[in-house]
Structure formats: structure tokens, C-alpha cells
Write a protein that binds this ligand. Sequence first.
Ligand code: TRP
Length: 457
Amino acid sequence: MAQRETWATRTGFILAAVGSAVGLGNIWRFPFVTGEGGGAAFLLVYLLFVALIGFPAILAEFVVGRRTDRNPVGALKAYGGGAWKYVGGIFIATGFIILSYYSVIGGWFIRYAIEGFRGDYASHIAAYEGDPEIMFGALSTGLDAFILHTVFMAITVGIVALGIRQGIELAVKVMVPAIILLLVGLAIWAFTLPESGGGYEYYLSPDFSVIAANWAELLPAAAGQAFFTLSLGMGVMITYASYLGEDRNLTRDGITIIGFDTGIAFLTGLVVFPIMWAGALTEPGSGGPGEIFVAMTQAFADVSGGQFLGLIFFATVAIAAISSAISLLEVVTSYAIDEIGIERWKAAIGMGGVIYLLGVPVTYDLIFLDLLDYFADAILLVFGALMLTILVGWIAPQAAVDELEKGIGNLGTLGQVWIWALRIPIVIVLIISLYLGVVEYVDFLTGDFAGWLDENL
Ligand code: TRP
């Protein structure tokens, strides 16, 4: 058997994990969840969740991956024993599902960046009856969306096919610094815009009354966001850690990765809100996949320099989406390499091809986006995180502590604190989140989705 690949450098591993973590979740979801959740007050709750749940959970994935040197299916089987391979199978399936629609959304960002090349956003909007929502409707489904879904997937497959060092590591060494530089540049630009103060105020002024009134919804939302943004719950961090040598301090790597992810999410808010306030918008709407496109396109049409600003903004998000998509495809590809025994490039193309086909219905009607996204986000990822927590916290805690201590030294009671955090509080939060997720999904299936089927069949 060929030697298993490894990262060339520690930085390569960290950048790949940061590249996975930083994606549509940070740039689209985070600022808006924060704005709606009471600004700085929500930010505090979210940071607490990231530190108290995200950090122990990312370490759990790291130790399982580095100890077993396997893809999630092989890793869970080796770590937990026989039946755990089925849980690993669910992880692979989750990768299929998330990447299928993630690619379509990533394609929209490429498309909106191209619009910036082709002319200013005001004239684009004018071509769609002056309504950015009609523009989004036209570009988000149909032939345009299909073509850009194809482009996005082809780039992702290309990078993964080239392998860990020549593909993923090289790509993220360019992409992650580019994302940070571009966002810092955009944030500075946004600061100089008129009315930016209103945007900062909406984003950052703490309003504890919102939390007091809505905590039952905000807490699971903050937990879900913490998992999604750190790419937890389906084995991305297991897979990436499986390419590590034994000598690394995983705790320090975890802190670095979480720090970058959170910093970049925060930075994005400093870009999005001042720009929106400089445009005519002063109140983000109800959300939905099109909102960032509608709101930002309108803003870019209104502000001076908006064409260039918009081009950079949409391109930055597209890059961030690609660096996340490669982690999703790598999970599935590593499974095919390890367990089926096919070559990397064949695995990447074959698996990428199937995922691509799964995403095509989304380009036909956005109801399929909700169908896949709710299921993956609210159910599969939370379920996966719960299983990992049980595995590491209850089934094989000693192996986990031993593995974490490699490269660090004796952890003493800290190791026990980690295990007990996983065992009780995190398991409880995950069970509650899973319950709420299932309720929400059933609601969607019997409501919106049933309605859509009635109308269309
Ligand atoms: N973390 C990415 C984001 O914020 C999305 C992502 C990539 C992801 N890989 C994942 C989410 C694995 C959950 C699981 O957009």
C-alpha cells in the first residue's frame, strides 16, 4: 500500500483547517445572526459557545483522526469498534449532501463577482426591472446557476485530485492569506463610507433584552452556528488530523484555528453592515439564501466605487467557499482511497461527479436547497457531533487523553475537565439542539415542502 500522505508543514495543516472553517457560515450567516440576536450581547453568547463547546469538540475530532490515521469510516471503526463504522458512513453521506448545495451557492458568488467585471451593479439591477430580488431569482436557478455550479465543482475537484501537499496545502497557502487581506481592505474601505456608524451600531451595540426575550431560540442557534462554522460534526477535522505527524500540540492548533475563524467572522460583520448602511438599507430582512446577494448588490449599486468593491467582496466569498468545499470533498475522497482502494484522482473525480449531480436539482428550484440544508445542518451535523462526543467522552476517553497528551505532556486534571465537558454539558446541549432540529425539519416537510409538491406535481 502506498504511504499515507501528510502535510508538509504545521502551517499547512492550520491553514487548511482555517480554510475549511472560514466559509459561507462566517460571511453570510454570522453577521446576520449577530445583528438579529442583539448585537454584542449575542456575540458574547456565541463566543462562550465556541470556547465551551466548539473547542472541546474540535479536540475530539483531532484526537480520533491523528490516533487512527484514517478517513472517518475507518477512524471510527478503529477507535470505537465495529458498529461505529456506520456512524462514519453517515459522516460521508453528510459530506455528499452539504457539498452538493454548497457548490451551487459558491457558484452564485462567482457569478456575482463576474457581474462586477462586466459593468456596475446599478446597471445590472436596472436590467432586471430595477429589482435586485428579481436579479437574484434569475441568476440563482436555471442555466446560469447550473453552469457556475459546474465551474465551482470543477475547481474543487481539481484541487482535491492534486493531493494533500500539491493540491490542498498549496491552495490554502494562497487562499487563506488572500481572504484575510481582502477582508481587511474591505473593512477599511467600509469604514470610510458615509453612514457607516449606523451599521456598526446595529452590529455591535449590546441589547441584552433580545437575549432575555428569545433565549430559547438563540441558544440552539448559537450552538448550531458554532458547529457549522468550525466544520464540526462530519469528520473534516478527523480527516485533516489524520494527515498529521505525531508531534504536534493539538490544543494549541485548535486555539489558533478557532481564533482565526472567529476573528474572520467578526471582521466580515465590519464589512457587511457599514456597506449596507451606506446603501439605502438600514434593516436586514428576514434572511434566506438570497438576502446577502439582494442587500449587497443594492448597496454596491448605491455607493461610489461599488463596482470594484462588489467585485472584490463577491470574489473573496467565492474563495472562502472553495477553501471550505475542498475539505468536504476531501472527507469523501479519503474514504474512497482508504476503504475502496482507488487512486486519489479517480476518487476525487468520481465522488465529485456524484455530488455534482446531487446538486443539480438545487439549480432547478431553491426548495431543494432548504430540503438539503435543513436536514444536514439541523440534524446530520448535530447528530454527528453528538456521536463523536459520546465516543470520545464515554466509550474511549483514556485513549483520547493519551493522544492529546502527545506533543503536550501530562495534562493532569485538565484532561479530565475536557472529558467531563464532553460527557455531560455538551451532550445535553446537543440532544436539545437535535430535538429542536428534528421538530423544525418535520415542520418544513409537512409545511413548505408539502405545499411545493402540491403545486408542482
Ligand atoms: N465551516 C464552513 C463555513 O463556515 C462550512 C463547512 C465546511 C462545514 N466543511 C464543513 C460545515 C463540514 C460543517 C461540516 O461555511
